[in-house]
Design a protein around this ligand. Structure first.
Ligand code: C2E
Ligand code: CA
Ligand code: CA
Length: 401
């Protein structure tokens, strides 16, 4: 499931799409340059419908309804186009809400009908041209920016420009480091540091997340193996974040097993972090995959617990070992009695269900001792350590032991 968004260059005069082509298998977003839309009529007459410039999309209609191309598109200037392949488009459509899928198809049918009527009755100057309409739409949805980012991210992944940092997770009583969470880092050559909160959702939309997760798992396992050999087989764990698309990847389990085998780790050394939102959006799929991982011995951790507005009954439905209490509750706990009560309830609920609790985002001593006092098991936050590169992590563990 590799995303197939590529940059293509067309010199001025080159035909990009040909009217009548039946197996249309791509569309393009224009990054730079100018193209013209031509309709070939009877008797070799060619009508020029207009031009399209940066930020507009061409060739998309045939992707949705599989009909032959209705126009020829030719480069007027040298143009750079971002290609959206049919398989990429279909995957995006399949992953979208069924109502959105239906509306997309209905709107397209009406649009084709509108164009056919306009060709019969002539165009009115008072309604926006399709070009004006589309430009606004594409700009509003940030599609161009997201596709560019996704391309650059793919490049970074292929060129080993992504990094993995690790944030220690400590035992609240002893303050020993028990394990660490792997957090991805991207230093863009021009834009500088880009937060995973920005690029992970883009990678999820483009499908690239599947390849990223594969890289993260292997890298995280290698780091844990290095730590274990440096410190003579400690029982530390590494925790890795996963997204919804990872659970639809048919190779998910096999690449994880390979990563564990290749690095000589045990399944219990790997914690899978899944957000409460992911569980609620794909309950059947998630349960199935998690059961399999759990049966192999991996540990299942629910991330951002408390933010998913879900019913507590799902805690029984899924195989869960650990709840990670979201930072927002920890932040408010010292001022807001309600937040504190909630944290206490989550801790006792978890212990009653034989789950462990990790508190996230601890920044002050006050929060730390409060959590220790109410029997929270483990914690993670800037107070103890920020996410850091492997070498810094090893140095820190040396200092603590
Ligand atoms: P998350 O899984 O909830 O990760 C914890 C985030 O809280 C990290 O942000 C971490 O740097 C930050 N953090 C930790 N302690 C503190 C603290 O004391 N105070 C504050 N203010 N923040 C703290 P980061 O690294 O920017 O990651 C953001 C999110 O991006 C993660 O949230 C996770 O959802 C996602 N993410 C990061 N790496 C990966 C990855 O490899 N794969 C996937 N699928 N998602 C990832
Ligand atoms: Ca996490
Ligand atoms: Ca979290």
């Amino acid at each position: 499931m590799t995303p197939s968004i590529d940059k293509k260059e067309f010199k001025a005069g080159k035909i990009i799409l040909k009217q009548g082509d039946e197996d249309a298998n791509n569309a393009y977003i224009i990054e730079s340059g100018l193209v013209e839309i031509l309709i070939e009529k009877e008797n070799n007459l060619v009508q020029r419908l207009g031009t399209r410039g940066p930020g507009t999309i061409i060739g998309e209609m045939a992707l949705v309804d599989n009909k032959p191309r209705t126009a020829t598109i030719k480069a007027v200037e040298d143009s750079i186009l971002l290609e959206i392949t049919k398989s990429d488009f279909e995957r995006r459509l399949e992953n979208s809400d069924p109502v959105i899928q239906m509306i997309t198809k209905v709107i397209l049918a009406r649009y084709r009908d509108m164009i056919a009527r306009a060709q019969i009755f002539g165009n009115s100057n008072t309604i926006p041209t399709p070009e004006e309409l589309e430009k606004g739409l594409v700009e509003n949805t940030n599609a161009v920016e997201n596709i560019k980012t996704s391309n650059e991210l793919k490049f970074a992944l292929d060129n080993d420009d992504l990094e993995l940092h690790y944030q220690p997770i400590i035992d609240l009583k002893t303050k020993d480091i028990k394990g660490f969470e792997a957090l991805i880092r991207w230093n863009h050559p021009e834009k500088g540091y880009i937060s995973p909160e920005i690029f992970i959702p883009i990678a999820e939309d483009s499908g690239l997340i599947v390849e990223i997760s594969r890289w993260v798992v292997l890298k995280a396992c290698q780091t844990l193996a290095n730590v274990k050999s440096e410190f003579n087989n400690t029982d530390m764990f590494v925790s890795v974040n996963f997204s919804a698309s990872d659970f639809s990847d048919p190779n998910f389990l096999s690449y994880i097993s390979h990563a564990l085998n290749d690095t000589g780790l045990n399944a219990k050394d790997l914690h899978l972090e899944i957000t409460e939102r992911l569980l609620m959006s794909h309950p059947g799929n998630a349960r199935d995959t998690l059961e399999k991982c759990r049966n192999k011995g991996m540990v299942v951790s629910i991330d951002d617990f408390g933010t998913g507005y879900s019913s507590l009954s799902y805690l029984h439905y899924f195989p869960i070992d650990i709840l990670k209490i979201d930072r927002s509750f920890i932040n408010n706990m010292t001022e807001d009695k309600g937040a504190l009560e909630l944290v206490k309830s989550i801790i006792s609920l978890s212990h009653n269900m034989e789950m462990k609790v990790i508190a996230e985002g601890i920044e002050t001593e006050e929060q730390s001792s409060l959590l220790e006092g109410i029997n929270c098991d483990q914690a993670q936050g800037y107070l103890y350590a920020k996410p850091m590169a492997e070498e810094a992590l090893i140095t820190l563990i040396h200092e603590k032991t």
